[in-house]
Design a protein around this ligand. Structure first.
Ligand SMILES: [Zn+2]
Length: 328
């Protein structure tokens, strides 16, 4: 037998004795999952970590929603069959031993809690339409965060509306979260997907600048903040904000599978090398493709620039501290 094959054989024999059926893999916390109930019909298979945004010309007629180059890959990630998305995601959470913070409207989040009672931390946010009754919205959220079992305010998508998190029009929500001691999760950085001016006319890249959190943090010094998508790609301002504010954490969601892999690794490595290895939390931005969570976990597990202890911090320990699961 070839030496490598022999080694492989020895491993294969040794594995069943090590991995008892009743010993699950080490636990993971995914701090960024959406409460989607179905893959949208017609969702194309996904090739994660595309290598390029393509230029386009308005003279060429209708433009696609995304500007990513259409690279092929193997294996591709497929959308779920009709009626199967929630089951598939929960099966992946069981297999990978994941507890997830699931964000969305309260009813769909509760569907996740019903499907996986011990694995879901509930998150929801405020409505942002111009005719929102702010007093009623604050009252609704206070109910959800005190009696309703909800534990995180998010995903707060102000950047898509072109609004700064320090804008006075949303300050009451952050004041509420600080008073109730509920962490907030704010979308910062990624987005636009190459066609913002065409498909998302109120999105502003500039509203994802981590420095825009500064005034709000000064007004609410006890608030715990999860900067979703780690303010990608504004690494310098992100590091400066982390230095200045020790209640601020970041998550890896979305960016971990939707930008070129060398760039993703460089960004996470930079956060850790700058001394913030205890503030980076694993997140997927799980939606549409059930295989996305396992794929995203593998990016951390295969990161040769991280030590085993740093990987455990990112995959579990940091989120457990941020969410205070380690105090229960
Ligand atoms: Zn987001």
């Amino acid at each position: 037998m070839h030496r490598l094959l022999a080694a492989g054989f020895a491993l294969a024999v040794a594995t069943p004795a090590l991995a008892q059926e009743d010993s699950p893999p080490p636990p993971i916390i995914d701090v960024h999952v959406h409460s989607q109930l179905e893959s949208r019909p017609g969702t194309a298979p996904l090739c994660p970590n595309p290598q390029q945004f393509l230029a386009s010309d308005p003279a060429d007629g209708e433009e696609g929603f995304f500007g990513w180059s259409g690279e092929d890959c193997s294996p591709r990630l497929y959308a779920a069959e009709p009626g199967e998305y929630l089951n598939d995601v929960v099966a992946e959470m069981e297999r990978l031993n994941v507890t997830a913070v699931v964000f969305g409207d309260p009813d769909s989040v509760r569907a996740y809690q019903q499907a996986a009672p011990d694995r879901v931390i509930a998150g929801t946010s405020f409505a942002m339409s111009p005719d929102t009754d702010r007093a009623a919205e604050l009252q609704r959220l206070e109910m959800l965060f005190t009696d309703g079992g909800f534990a995180v305010m998010g995903e707060i998508g102000l950047q898509y509306a072109g609004v700064s998190p320090s804008d006075p029009s949303v300050d009451d929500y952050f004041a509420l979260a600080e008073r109730l001691d509920i962490p907030v999760a704010i979308h910062m950085g990624t987005g636009g997907s190459g066609r913002a001016n065409v498909t998302m006319p109120t999105y502003r890249a500039s509203m994802g600048d981590p420095f825009l959190l500064e005034e709000m943090l000064a007004r609410h010094p006890r608030l715990r903040v999860q900067v979703m998508h780690a303010g990608y790609p504004m690494i310098d301002n992100m590091l400066a904000l982390l230095q200045a504010n020790s209640h601020v954490y970041v998550d890896t969601a979305g960016l971990i599978w939707s930008y070129p892999i060398e760039e993703v690794n460089r960004y996470i490595e930079r956060l850790v090398d700058a001394g913030f290895g205890d503030r980076v939390m694993f997140g997927t931005d799980q939606l549409s493709w059930p295989g996305l969570m396992a794929y995203s976990v593998s990016i951390i597990q295969n990161a040769d620039y991280l030590s085993p202890a740093q990987k455990r911090d990112i995959l579990y320990n940091n989120a457990a501290r941020f969410l205070r699961l380690d105090r229960e």
